[in-house]
Ligand binder design. Structure first.
Ligand SMILES: [Zn+2]
Length: 87
């Protein structure tokens, strides 16, 4: 059974090592100054984590979502296919 976890504490201990483009992984929208973006990640144990977008992502398996609509797309992908990657 799929588990969905919400993690509302800010992730602040992320490496700043790789080039990072601020675009939504679901709709392609560019990130602006003011935002309420989220990050989605599937852990090695198969748990979906949703957290506020702070700093740069720790790796490319983390997906940026520009709002609740795109978070919903990510949750749907996870529930239907156990991945955040598009079909
Ligand atoms: Zn989006």
């Amino acid at each position: 059974m799929a588990r969905v976890a919400a993690w509302d504490t800010a992730l602040q201990l992320v490496p700043m090592s790789r080039a990072y483009q601020d675009t939504c992984d679901f709709c392609g929208k560019a990130k602006g100054e003011v935002n309420h973006w989220y990050r989605l990640k599937v852990t090695p144990h198969g748990t979906l984590i949703i957290l506020p977008s702070v700093g740069q992502p720790e790796n490319s398996t983390i997906k940026d979502a520009c709002g609740s609509s795109c978070v919903s797309q990510g949750v749907s992908r996870f529930l239907d296919h156990k991945t955040l990657e598009p079909k």
